[in-house]
Design a protein around this ligand. Structure first.
Ligand SMILES: Cc1cc2nc3c(=O)[nH]c(=O)nc-3n(C[C@H](O)[C@H](O)[C@H](O)COP(=O)(O)O)c2cc1C
Length: 413
């Protein structure tokens, strides 16, 4: 499978599109209308909270203005502080768990389930994603998800991994619409929280069924759809075929979340402009650029205010601080789960590796990180790298980089 994220061809950029301020899915308000895509091995609770925090931005739109158009913040310091605090908002509207096997979940002991479905209060609204092919098991697991307090439950009909497809799960189901209908009905009647589906265009270019599937979902009472605009056969190659997102949007009246190849705020605006989708979902760009959601929010606001989209670009210092924050959060969580050790080291290495994609000289750093034996050594390699860049007066990273091939392998096969 060809994977060339860093050199990928780009979708044309927009002239006037912008990501909607909100989307309401079955009564749950997602504001702004942006979603962190589920990614196996990536979107655990630490990463999800890390992204939500990195996405926080200061909304100027809500700063109170008096009758003469004067910002009241200038008049009264106390009010200003209050306004500042209340205007802080995360640019990431919804987060999702990694996909979880419905078969596994329904068989697991209560204590083990907790580990799979761990989330914290500050993660709301949060959706749990399930995969499987048995309607009863999926319905039972959806109920478990609802009882665990998730705001939404999502069904995965997109995973291309052979081991998932072999059991008819993920994108394997795209070849069996009647079975999908049974699953939709079973899950729908099992839960009252919003129920959504994330799917691909179809099995192959000769079998594109996304519009039929979307209509079926709406008929069965699902509350929203997320479409990754590629076929199973395409894997991650070529450009996502956004025109199919537009076709699905035309066919249904429930919210449609567009997904595929959004790596910059300009891409997000272009996706909305070209498809009319109600929300934008971002996957691979987030681990390499955790500020992507904040940048989209800044771009949207400045576009509305001035007609020119601008956003902060992280400096090396930001990037360095971000790695350290993530490591601290990871250690805390692993400690809470009694899992500090190899797993933690693995995650540190994985993250540092994604996070340095697009950074000039990043390959050398990744090599040093993979040779490290302890957390201190990983951190030491990171520190040395950024110190050298600072000394050399080098700055900044390439915009719009994506998650490395290494991590993607984990989900594909
Ligand atoms: C490492 C990795 C793991 C993924 N795991 C999941 C998953 O658990 N569930 C799912 O629906 N999609 C999964 N995906 C697909 C993404 O959610 C998303 O649809 C895809 O990457 C396209 O969006 P992007 O171009 O913004 O990355 C995964 C993708 C990657 C790269």
């Amino acid at each position: 499978m060809l994977k060339q994220w860093d050199k990928a061809i780009e979708h044309p950029t927009p002239t006037r599109g912008s990501v909607p301020a909100e989307v309401v899915i079955g009564g749950v308000r997602i504001a702004p209308a942006t979603v962190l895509a589920p990614m196996a091995g990536v979107t655990d609770t630490v990463f999800r909270r890390f992204i939500k925090n990195a996405s926080v931005f200061q909304s100027s739109a809500a700063v109170p203005v008096d009758g003469n158009g004067v910002d009241t913040a200038q008049k009264n310091l106390a009010e200003a502080v209050e306004a500042t605090t209340s205007n802080q908002q995360s640019g990431c509207g919804l987060i999702m768990t990694e996909f979880t096997s419905a078969d596994g979940l329904s068989r697991m002991r209560e204590s083990k389930r907790k580990r799979y479905l761990t989330y914290y209060d500050d993660e709301h609204p949060i959706s749990a994603q399930l995969f499987g092919s048995n309607p009863e098991t999926l319905a039972e697991s959806a109920k478990i998800v609802e009882d665990a307090g998730f705001d939404l439950v999502d069904l995965n009909l997109g995973c291309p991994a052979k081991r998932v497809v072999r059991c008819n799960g993920g994108s394997g189901l795209l070849r069996d619409l009647p079975l999908i209908a049974k699953i939709f009905e079973a899950v729908r009647s099992a839960v009252s929280i919003p129920f959504t589906v994330k799917f691909r265009l179809g099995w192959s270019d000769a079998n594109i069924i996304c519009v039929e599937l979307a209509e079926l979902a709406e008929d069965c009472g699902l509350n929203a759809l997320a479409l990754h605009a590629r076929t199973r056969e395409a894997g991650y190659t070529g450009l996502a075929q956004w025109h199919w997102i537009a076709a699905v949007k035309d066919a249904v009246s429930i919210p449609v979340i567009g997904n595929g190849d959004v790596r910059t705020p300009e891409n997000a605006a272009a996706l909305v402009e070209q498809t009319g989708c109600d929300a934008v979902m971002i996957g691979r760009a987030a681990p390499a650029n955790p500020w992507i959601f904040r940048q989209i929010a800044q771009y949207t606001e400045s576009m509305a205010a001035t007609g020119v989209g601008v956003y902060d670009k992280p400096t090396d210092e930001d990037r360095y601080r971000m790695i350290r924050t993530y490591f601290a959060m990871l250690l805390e969580e692993m400690d809470a789960q009694g899992a500090v050790g190899r797993e933690c080291m693995g995650k540190m290495k994985q993250f540092a590796s994604w996070f340095t994609h697009g950074v000039p000289g990043g390959a050398g750093l990744r090599k040093a990180i993979f040779a490290a034996k302890t957390g201190e050594q990983v951190l030491g390699a990171v520190e040395e790298f950024f110190a050298k860049r600072h000394e050399a007066g080098e700055d900044d990273i390439a915009p719009g980089v994506m998650l490395s091939d290494v991590a993607e392998e984990a989900y594909c096969d």
